[in-house]
Design a protein around this ligand. Structure first.
Ligand code: MF3
Ligand code: CO
Length: 263
């Protein structure tokens, strides 16, 4: 199944437009990160993101997402996921406190082309093991991305992410769990395009990456090793059952002849 299709490629012009969408997302994430201070609510963060999208005339690909397939339409332009929330935290009146770890995931559409990215911030100062979790997750993204080369197969990237996670555990002296069932994805004229990109797995399977393939790559790690996850009754918020904190980093990346390019 995995190997049956080719990943649709984007032209250099299309990639340039996706890069512009990505720059809007980056500015939104930077502004939202600045808003992530003790006493702010997750809704305040979402509002900071809305302002940036509006200032650039970009549409949100998150807002109302899911409406077509019978789940409650997503109500924000960003997912703001605090501590035990892994991903898809709905912005609300939850207040941030010193020591919270908060993943901010945001996307934008410009001229029909999508950007999608997530950065995880510390509010005030993080406990050393939580800071290590966040540094490790970011490093896993950076190292895993390097496998996004023309000719490599999809699960070579998954495998690189898994190996990078095990190395990061050793380097940082913490136990890390890879979140099951969530991962990256193709992206282009839709936010979620085929294929799904797992954050772990055996190498050498799935379609080959080619020049012009564009994928969102998004490791999600939890502190303390593997743990069960659960989706809350709002149908969105994904949490760790044991309350352990999570980090999530995501880039939209184009495969080019010169190597992976963050859009
Ligand atoms: N960025 C998320 C992802 O990569 C999408 C968030 S779901 C939404 O899959 F509903 F908020 F859009
Ligand atoms: Co994504």
């Amino acid at each position: 199944m995995l190997g049956r299709h080719r990943i649709q490629t984007k032209t250099p012009d299309e990639i340039r437009t996706m890069r512009r969408a990505g720059l809007v997302v980056a500015e939104g994430l930077a502004q939202m990160g600045r808003a992530a201070v003790p006493g702010a609510t997750t809704a305040d963060i979402d509002r900071a993101g809305r302002q940036v999208l509006r200032a650039h005339g970009a549409e949100s690909n998150f807002l109302n997402y899911g409406a077509e397939w019978g789940i409650p339409p997503y109500p924000g332009v960003a997912c703001v996921s605090v501590n035990e929330v892994i991903v898809h935290g709905i912005p609300d009146e939850r207040e941030l406190h010193d020591g919270d770890i908060v993943s901010i995931d945001c996307g934008a559409i410009l001229e029909g082309w999508h950007g999608d990215s997530a950065w995880t911030f510390g509010v005030g100062s993080l406990a050393p093991d939580v800071a290590a979790l966040n540094d490790a997750t970011r490093e896993v993204l950076e190292v895993g991305m390097r496998a996004m080369l023309p000719g490599n197969r999809l699960t070579d990237v998954s495998h690189a992410l898994e190996v990078a996670t095990r190395r990061a555990e050793e380097r940082h002296g913490v136990s890390l769990g890879i979140v099951d069932g969530f991962g990256g994805h193709g992206i282009g004229r839709e936010m979620h395009e085929w294929p799904f990109l797992a954050n772990e797995g055996k190498p050498g399977r799935g379609p080959r990456l080619q020049e012009g393939s564009v994928l969102a790559i998004e490791p999600m790690l939890v502190l303390g090793g593997e743990t069960d996850t659960r989706t809350l009754s709002d149908d969105w918020t994904v949490v760790t059952v044991d309350g352990s904190p999570a980090s999530h980093w995501e880039h939209t990346v184009a495969v080019t002849a010169d190597g992976p390019r963050i859009l």
